[in-house]
Write a protein that binds this ligand. Structure first.
Ligand code: AMP
Length: 279
């Protein structure tokens, strides 16, 4: 596995791979790699001759009161995971390499980024779109792999690639969960043992929503209520939202149908967790 820190090296290496006839697979991450990232890497490894990953904690997507400074960072552990998954090249830019000066030109996503996560984390998805745009430019034409766990982020990236004609194919990968259903996340490391047990309420709530749909409920309010009731009854869990939305626009739906996203965010202690399921 080759480690590079400069944009020029990433560009040159991916160009060389394409020139040699290799398809490029790209997995952008913020590090603290876990089983969710591993699933993306494994899928990308299987589908491409040349596998690139990036590790960059992007300041543009953190709000002023968010956990940028304390976000878990463990370079050696990340490199071990990347090696084990057969990564060919890892891009490890310093902040000054990605953003030598704060970018004057940034992407601003429309209503898609103003709902759900956008209401609670204004500017977050604009920051994600801006860094993913830059990373995709550096990686060049490739397949890029994103997790369904961050469903609204996935929708933003898909829309950016479509609206602005990026030469990339976006591949969505299913959410990897702990045995008790909790979606694997770097932020789970913040949870105390008691909070960790409480955090299972998110997935249990989403399953209650799925069960209501499976039982024939088609009024979105009924599906949402099934999930919200469980979340509100869970001790030490403060829901931000529970919403049944269109998977492309993230607008509220009029009637529950297969393929729609039931999404939730909740605070467990001081940790904010998100999760979703597809009807
Ligand atoms: P992050 O490092 O949190 O920015 O995540 C990098 C990528 O991994 C994103 O595309 C995430 O959606 C994806 N990801 C994070 N957690 C999971 C998970 N539990 N299952 C699948 N993909 C995930």
């Amino acid at each position: 596995m080759r480690e590079v820190a400069s944009s020029a090296e990433l560009r040159a290496a991916t160009d060389a791979a394409r020139d040699a006839g290799a398809g490029v697979g790209f997995v952008p991450t913020m590090g603290a790699l876990h089983a969710g990232h591993r699933a993306l890497l494994a899928r990308a490894r299987a589908e491409n001759a040349f596998l690139v990953a990036s590790v960059f904690v992007n300041p543009l997507q953190f709000g002023p009161s968010e956990d940028l400074a304390s976000y878990p960072r463990d370079r050696d552990a990340d490199l071990a995971v990347l090696r084990a998954e057969g990564t060919d090249l890892v891009f490890l830019p310093a902040e000054g390499e990605m953003w030598p000066v704060p970018p004057e030109v940034r992407l601003r996503v429309g209503g898609l980024a103003e709902r759900l996560e956008g209401l609670v984390r204004p500017g977050h998805l604009d920051g994600v779109a801006t860094v993913v745009a830059k990373l995709l430019h550096l990686a060049g034409p490739c397949r890029a792999y994103f997790g369904q766990k961050d469903a609204q982020q996935l929708a933003v990236v898909r829309r950016m690639v479509a609206d602005l004609a990026f030469p990339n194919e976006i591949v969505a990968c299913p959410t990897v969960r702990e045995p008790d259903g909790l979606a694997v996340s770097s932020r789970n490391a913040y949870l105390s043992a008691a909070e960790r047990r409480r955090a299972t309420a998110l997935h249990r709530a989403l399953r209650a929503g799925l069960a209501a749909f499976a039982a024939g409920r088609r009024d979105p309010a009924d599906v949402e209520a099934a999930a919200r009731d469980l979340l509100e009854d869970a001790p030490g869990v403060e829901p931000d939202y529970v919403a049944l939305v269109d998977p492309v626009t993230f607008e509220p739906v009029k009637q529950a149908e297969p393929g729609q996203v039931l999404a939730t965010a909740a605070r467990v202690g001081r940790t904010r967790l998100i999760d979703n399921v597809i009807l």
